[in-house]
Design a binder for this molecule. Structure first.
Ligand code: XMP
Length: 483
């Protein structure tokens, strides 16, 4: 093969703007479309939207908000392992049917110490235990708010405690809490040992968020990113998270594979690997990494990426999704594909699903929400939120993500820093995205996401065509361009 043949054999690395979904025969109305989809082999979301593990996108608040709406956030790793574990714990404690890691006190604890614990854990009621976790009382804010700070918990606690057992159903618990006008129901075993805690707050929240995705214990689903080389962090997170994402820009790398094998062996959470961009990479993940639960695909398409500018290397998300999907199909696997980077609207997600993706990961879209950790700033009379790439100089200053883009020896930046328009609450964005996606599925005639894989047909758009399919020949409010 000559060098010139490289042009002849070059693949077409198509991106979202290059294609359009062809409308097909349809028997359904858009609101009948079902957007449930898998984020990992054993985890189904009620809508296929996932937030990026970036420190201007996903911390506990975003992860909680997304899980409550049926989606998922991936906690970023640009912090110490303890801080990331803490974020995961916060997500898991946000609501539960039965809280398992119950904070308890002893009768000998002073009121002063108790007030300190209330502040530290941001909770207002504790079961009181002695002799190997045996329940002897319950103490709440009401018992201590006016009490002398030198008194002991044993002096002020309520000794007659209403309790439940592992068999108590949600409805029974609700009835008990209501009848006795109480907020907390300790769950005990036959020896009165505390096994958990049910709270009015959690039960009410369950009704408030009927679409939430929860684990077996009724806690919100949570995912977190790790470097493939940080086995200790993965093990520490494993107690709290449902999914671990290995988080590197170019996962198809021998060292990453070897390190990930250890993680796969040591953790019980599902492990999604990435990012990858080619058929060969997906094939290697499926055949060399036993137990992989998902593939995160797309290299260099992100709105804050400068990887492809700096290195001319990359695999646009749409192209990467189609490549990985073919490998998954050829190997008869059911590993879901998460399309990551460059997604701006529901239409981009629809075409990613059309080429075999199961979910979409977004940074830019979610960075603009009130639940993201980025700073809110006012610029020329409008609100924006700070957003930067994890390979940008700003992110790299915090040493924890240096290995995502390079070993510290490779001193280049692969991301930029800036602001995105403030978009309000994540729940509003999600309904807009869900509505848009269902409309696209309506055009295709696909009732479910697997039907999108089968039925959706694409056409290529020329550069001039791309201009025509966007609003044109009209003066839009806020624009100073003549039609
Ligand atoms: P969007 O387009 O949603 O993309 O903002 C988010 C995704 O971009 C990736 N990411 C980066 N890629 N340099 C890169 O080349 C970076 O600094 C960078 N930071 C994030 C990541 O996959 C994310 O989910």
């Amino acid at each position: 093969m000559g060098f010139r043949d490289k042009f002849k054999d070059a693949d077409k690395a198509l991106t979202f703007n290059d294609v359009i979904l062809l409308p097909g025969w349809t028997t359904l109305e858009p609101n009948e479309a079902i957007v449930q989809s898998k984020a990992a082999r054993g985890l189904t979301l009620n809508a296929p939207f996932i937030s990026s593990p970036m420190d201007t996108v996903t911390e506990s608040e975003m992860a909680i908000a997304l899980a409550r709406q049926g989606c998922m956030g991936v906690l970023h790793r640009n912090c110490s392992a303890e801080e990331e574990v803490d974020m995961a714990r916060t997500v898991k404690r946000a609501e539960a049917v039965i809280i398992r890691d119950v904070v308890t006190v002893n009768p000998g604890t002073t009121v002063d110490e108790l007030l300190g614990l209330m502040e530290e854990h941001r909770i207002h009621g504790f079961p009181v235990v002695e002799n190997g976790n045996k329940l002897v009382g319950i103490v709440t804010w009401r018992d201590v708010r006016l009490a002398d700070s030198n008194l002991k918990v044993g002096d002020v606690m309520t000794k007659e405690v209403v309790t439940g057992t592992e068999e108590t159903s949600l409805d029974e618990a609700k009835k008990l809490l209501h009848e006795h006008r109480i907020e907390k129901l300790p769950i005990i075993d036959e020896n009165r040992r505390v096994k958990g805690l049910m709270t009015m707050r959690d039960i009410t929240l369950k009704g408030t968020y009927p679409d939430a995705v929860r684990d077996e214990e009724g806690r919100l689903v949570c995912a977190a990113a790790v470097s493939p080389f940080d086995l200790d962090r993965a093990k520490a997170l494993d107690e709290y998270v449902d999914v671990i994402f290995t988080d590197v820009a170019h996962f198809h790398n021998k060292n990453c594979f070897e390190a990930t094998k250890k993680i796969l062996k040591e953790v019980s959470a599902e492990v999604v690997v990435g990012n990858i961009g080619t058929y060969q990479a997906a094939e290697d993940c499926l055949t060399k990494l036993d137990g992989v639960a998902g593939l995160r695909v797309g290299i260099g398409s992100g709105s804050i990426c400068s990887t492809s500018v700096v290195t001319r290397a990359g695999a646009p998300t749409l192209y990467a999704a189609s490549q990985a999907a073919d490998a998954v199909k050829d190997y008869g696997s059911d590993v879901p594909i998460i399309a990551d980077g460059g997604i701006r609207n529901p239409g981009d997600i629809a075409v990613a699903l059309a080429v075999g993706a199961s979910c979409a990961m977004m940074g830019n879209v979610f960075a603009g929400c009130s639940e993201s950790p980025g700073r809110l700033v006012a610029l020329e009379g409008r609100y924006y939120k700070e957003y930067y790439g994890m390979g940008s100089p700003k992110a790299r200053k915090r040493r924890f993500v240096q290995d995502r883009y390079s070993q510290p020896s490779k001193a280049i930046s692969e991301g930029v820093e800036g602001w995105v328009p403030y978009r309000g609450q994540v729940s509003d964005i999600l309904s807009e995205f869900e509505g848009g996606l269902k409309a696209a599925m309506g055009y295709v005639g696909a009732r479910t996401i697997p039907e999108m894989w089968e039925k959706a047909k694409l056409a290529l758009v020329t550069e001039r065509g791309a201009q025509e399919i966007a609003p044109h020949d009209i003066l839009l409010p806020g624009s100073n361009r003549n039609p």
